[in-house]
Design a protein. Structure first.
Length: 355
């Protein structure tokens, strides 16, 4: 399939112009201060801002002081055409994953490269309405008006606060942090991020992960998880986690670099991109503190748009894949207690008791 030039004014054209710009320059320190934001719950008829904090009635841990959760991270390509059918396929796949997670395990879903139509489709999904808080219903908390990150948080979790920290970047990238707090004051800090794309001189991703690590290692944080599209395509990316006192879930479970089992990008792309860039392990789950990784698997492998949409994708010169990335799903054990409510439907909307 021939590569067509991006249409003027398209997101692809805008990002292509940014690629041609000089490397990112550090702005005044005030630009990189944390920015708190709201999060949202579906009340049965609409998504509305949730309280700044809500109490947890009791613990729901499998053993004293131990909680097992699932963390899913996935980049849904913003640059390819056919945005709506691709996101529909991704949401259908995510729903199947959520339904197959044992009900006692709370779930958090990190998504990157979200656009306005993606956010609208998430808000319309019945399973998302029933089970999750949503950090973003529009672009108001993004530095970019075109795309950003969003996170779905299991409604049994006690969210203390949500904040974003801008990175040194020319692509308006940031870290979306979520603090989950237990009744005994424990804090689990989550960070959904999309690090700088491609190569830069001087490199930018080391600055970005170092900035994130400062928040992950804060004294108040007992356990921390960072995941997303880390764009790990250069040799220095292999050691960024150790340089920042973080563990890499894939490596901790015995995975090896340059192994086809670890690649998350390169299989579901046009041939010209595969020839130029090859395959890489762009997407990762990193952690520190009272966390133990139990399992890790790739998701989104082979997921395509609905059958009746594939010809439409071919007609506009697009691949049929939902996205160019595989995602990751990790089963993680947190050595903390009292983080979620005992009854699964405690804060579900009226009339919805399951998904």
């Amino acid at each position: 399939m021939a590569r067509e030039p991006p249409k003027p004014g398209s997101i692809e054209a805008i990002l292509a112009s940014k690629l041609a710009e000089p490397p990112a320059k550090k702005l005044d320190d005030s630009h990189y201060q944390p920015r708190t934001q709201s999060y949202y719950a579906f009340n049965g008829s609409a998504w509305q801002a949730a309280p700044a904090a809500h109490s947890v009635t009791s613990a729901a841990t499998s053993t004293a002081g131990v909680l097992t959760m699932r963390l899913i991270t996935w980049n849904i390509d913003i640059l390819s055409g056919g945005t709506k059918p691709r996101m529909a396929a991704a949401l259908e796949h995510l729903e199947s994953l959520v339904l197959n997670v044992p009900s006692p395990q709370p779930i958090v879903i990190f998504l990157q490269e979200m656009g306005q139509t993606d956010l609208a489709q998430i808000q319309a999904a019945k399973w998302a309405r029933a089970r999750f808080f949503l950090t973003d219903i529009d672009e108001r908390s993004w530095d970019s008006p075109y795309y950003g990150t969003t996170t779905l948080v299991d409604r049994r979790f006690n969210i203390e606060k949500i904040f974003r920290v801008p990175w040194v970047t020319k692509f308006e990238r940031d870290g979306l942090f979520i603090d989950i707090k237990g009744s005994k004051g424990q804090v689990v800090r989550l960070c959904n991020t999309h690090l700088e794309s491609l190569a830069a001189d001087p490199p930018v991703r080391p600055l970005q992960l170092a900035a994130a690590a400062k928040y992950l290692h804060a004294d108040s944080v007992q356990a921390a998880l960072l995941a997303g599209d880390l764009n790990a395509v250069q040799p220095f990316d292999r050691t960024l986690h150790t340089e920042n006192r973080l563990k890499d879930a894939y490596l901790e479970l015995g995975g090896k670099e340059d192994s086809k089992e670890g690649y998350t990008w390169g299989h579901q792309v046009p041939q010209w991109m595969k020839d130029k860039f090859g395959c890489s392990r762009m997407d990762k789950i990193l952690y520190s503190g009272a966390v133990k990784v139990k399992t890790l698997e790739r998701i989104g492998v082979g997921v395509k748009v609905a059958e009746d949409k594939r010809q439409e994708m071919r007609d506009i010169g697009c691949e049929e894949w939902a996205t160019d990335h595989y995602g990751l799903m990790g089963e993680l054990q947190l050595d903390v207690s009292c983080l979620i409510s005992e009854v699964e439907s405690t804060r579900l909307p009226a009339g919805i008791s399951h998904i």
